[in-house]
Design a protein. Structure first.
Length: 203
């Protein structure tokens, strides 16, 4: 077991093997093999949730752990965070954001409520309003990730050359403020998503 858990790739591979076995067992017990549209919807919902867990998990890691901890780290140790940990975390962060949006759009389209949600449920029902609010908040957050946070972080981390020390400090502060903005938006976004599925039973 330790041979599997000592490697991230083997751990993930084992997780997917368990996933396949579980999916086959549930499919057999639940007899959903012939309901292709339902299973397609489920697959994209699962991918949407997995992507969202990675995205929001890293967002909260940055805001609840890394940013508050940085002032407490000795200066000689900070390069380890800036040069190794942060770039790797930001890689998964931005691609998870994109994956969350893409799988969410596909899921809404497969289930036939994309337009209603896009229009915030105008002329429709409260469920489409709730999921629409969540979708729009998520879209704003993903825009912030790709077009504000990541470009600023490249300057702050030295991946892209800054014009001056002041420019680098300004980029770091902008990235932090927009990351905090996304943390703020994540709270009502998650509420809207869960409310649409549970309180208003949208497909």
């Amino acid at each position: 077991m330790s041979a599997i858990l000592s490697s991230l790739n083997r751990t993930i591979g084992a997780g997917f093997i368990l996933l396949v076995l579980l999916a086959l067992m549930l499919a057999y017990l639940g007899d959903i093999g012939g309901e292709t549209p339902q299973y397609v919807s489920f697959i994209f919902r699962w991918l949407h949730v997995v992507s969202g867990v990675m995205w929001i998990g890293l967002l909260w890691y940055f805001n609840f752990v890394q940013i508050p901890a940085m002032p407490k780290i000795p200066d000689e140790q900070k390069p380890a965070v800036a040069k190794v940990i942060a770039p790797s975390a930001l890689f998964w962060f931005r691609w998870a954001a994109l994956s969350t949006i893409v799988t969410g759009v596909i899921l809404a389209s497969v289930n036939g409520y994309f337009l209603e949600a896009f229009m915030l449920g105008i002329g429709s029902d409260i469920g489409h309003t709730a999921i629409g609010i969540g979708m729009w908040l998520g879209t704003i957050m993903a825009f912030n990730v790709w077009f504000v946070i990541w470009p600023c972080q490249k300057i702050a981390l030295g991946i892209k050359n800054a014009k001056s020390p002041k420019h680098k400090a300004s980029a770091a502060r902008t990235a932090m403020l927009f990351s905090r903005t996304n943390t703020l938006l994540s709270i009502p976004m998650l509420y809207s998503m869960v409310a649409a599925q549970t309180l208003y039973s949208i497909s």
